[in-house]
Design a protein around this ligand. Structure first.
Ligand code: NAD
Length: 477
């Protein structure tokens, strides 16, 4: 696969206007792979101009035509899935099996939104007083700035581009500097599928703040869709407020994983392995805090340590590897110091817990038992292969512990009592619940968080509506 390494603006590939480049590292070796163009503020504004020029034509393109283009990109992504997965491994580090899973998931957003593009509905009703009719149209919101993280470099881009294009919007994608190559490769596939120039623009930049800030200050931009940390999300909401730009925010998580005495422990362990170890723990949906009822905590902890300890660690390029490196040196430092402070607070490392030397950004699978209920690790998004386990006694205590966080993206519950499961699903403060299931991500479902995990939803029909605005027409006939 020929992976471009320049900016993609108005259907053309070009270097940054000041010639600046971003060095992309291989997390398994810490060695540079290549460089890509790093957009300046002017390049960002050029992309806004290109997206703005393309908007009227794309918005007026028949929904069926937009759908067929999206379906073509879905086909191309499936066709190139192995090359895309290898590219993700190179720049992100994740295991090849995780990367293959990501490409399949990412491609599905194009198929789902190809199916949704022809289902943008409005309504007509009679006003309650009977005097007139109320007609409501759904129109494309306009030029959209999409900012994505490095942990799912393909899926976080397609989860935004798919619905935006289906709704008739044009976009500028600003991918994370750690993983710009996958985003550029997705841009190239959209181009190859025949998406008109300017409809999709891709501008990696190491100067994210100024570039995104300038785009949001431009009156032609009407939408910001951001996926990343809560900290950066808060800042961008402030920037977007200046120009009153509609904002969708997919932010950090701190998912609780609850296991009750009556749970099917085999199923709970399978679910825990997915919820904790997908992407080596570098997922916003990652189980971050395990709360296990006293009757099963010893067995659950022992068996989780066994399963996590058996994972084969190494460079993601080796197909047998199940746990690759973390994304960069800062991540190793953060995860390492969180684990060390938790052990100092009284927890016991059943496996892992020590930073390996050697090349690459590796950190071992780590299970921490007997974690005190007030340990700082429970208040932070770990973003690594670390499972802290806390014991609880009853349902009330479990709900209190689970909800004791500023985040609210997803909660997992394992119980053999479905009534209890549904009761908890209502009581837990999260946008998504995995009930006897360790994986919630699904293109046809509304993905998103409550509290400081975000605003709005991606995926499902709701994901499409984020890129539309209602227009109300009061009429007499
Ligand atoms: P990050 O917030 O550091 O960066 C996200 C994106 O924002 C990157 O493209 C980055 O370059 C850009 N950025 C950084 N500072 C900026 C600024 N001042 N102005 C404009 N753009 C800026 O996050 P990350 O480290 O790339 O990703 C990990 C985080 O993303 C975690 O917190 C994770 O939970 C979250 N995440 C959330 C979801 C979700 O759907 N809720 C999905 C994946 C990741």
């Amino acid at each position: 696969m020929n992976v471009p390494n320049e900016l993609f603006i108005g259907g053309k590939w070009r270097p940054a206007s000041d010639g600046a480049r971003i060095t992309v590292l291989d997390p398994a070796t810490a060695e540079p792979i290549t460089t890509v163009a790093s957009a300046t503020v002017q390049d960002g504004l050029d992309a806004v101009a290109a997206a703005s020029e393309a908007l009227a034509g794309w918005a007026a393109t028949a929904p069926r035509t937009r759908a067929e283009l999206l379906l073509r990109v879905f086909g191309l992504m499936k066709e190139r899935s192995e090359e895309l997965a290898e590219l993700i491994v190179r720049e992100n580090g994740k295991a090849l099996s995780d990367a293959r899973g990501e490409v399949a998931y990412a491609a599905e957003f194009f198929r789902w939104y190809a199916e949704e593009a022809v289902r943008v509905e409005g309504t007509v009703q009679t006003a309650p007083g009977g005097a007139n009719r109320i007609m409501v149209l759904r129109q494309p919101i306009g030029v959209s700035v999409l900012v994505t993280p490095w942990n799912f470099p393909a899926a976080m881009a397609t989860r935004k581009i798919g619905p935006a294009l289906a709704a008739g919007c044009t976009v500028i994608l600003k991918p994370a500097s750690e993983t710009p190559l996958t985003a550029l490769a997705v841009g190239a596939l959209l181009d190859e599928a025949g998406v008109p120039p300017g409809v999709v623009n891709v501008v990696p930049s190491s100067r994210s703040g100024p570039v995104v800030g300038a785009m949001l200050a431009d009156a032609r931009v009407r939408k910001l869709s951001f996926t990343g940390s809560t900290e950066v999300g808060r800042k961008l909401l402030q920037v977007a407020a200046e120009s009153v730009v509609s904002s969708s925010m997919e932010l950090g998580g701190n998912a609780p994983f609850l296991v009750f005495d009556d749970a099917d422990l085999d199923a709970a362990l399978d679910g825990a392995m997915i919820a904790k170890m997908r992407n080596g723990g570098q997922a916003c949906t990652a189980a971050n805090r395990f709360f296990v009822q006293r009757g099963v905590v010893a067995e659950f902890s022992r068996r989780l340590a066994e399963r996590m300890g058996n994972l084969r660690v190494g460079p993601g390029t080796d197909p047998a590897v199940e746990l690759g490196p973390l994304v960069n040196a800062d991540a190793v430092e953060k995860v390492g110091s969180l684990v060390e402070s938790t052990v100092a607070a009284g927890a016991k490392a059943l496996i892992g817990g020590t930073r390996p030397g050697g090349p690459g950004f590796f950190y071992p699978a780590t299970v921490l038992a007997d974690v005190p209920q007030d340990a700082p690790v429970l208040a932070e998004e770990i973003f690594g292969p670390v499972a802290p386990i806390v014991t609880f006694d009853d349902e009330t205590e479990a709900v209190r512990l689970a909800n004791d966080t500023e985040h609210g993206l997803v909660s997992y519950v394992y119980t053999g009592d479905l009534a209890r499961g549904l009761r908890l699903a209502e009581a837990l403060e999260a946008g998504m619940i995995g009930l006897n299931r360790g994986l919630v991500s699904e293109p046809a479902a509304p993905f998103g968080g409550v509290k400081q995990s975000g605003l709005g939803r991606e995926g499902g029909h709701e994901g499409l509506l984020e890129y539309t605005e209602s227009k109300y027409i009061a009429l007499d006939w």
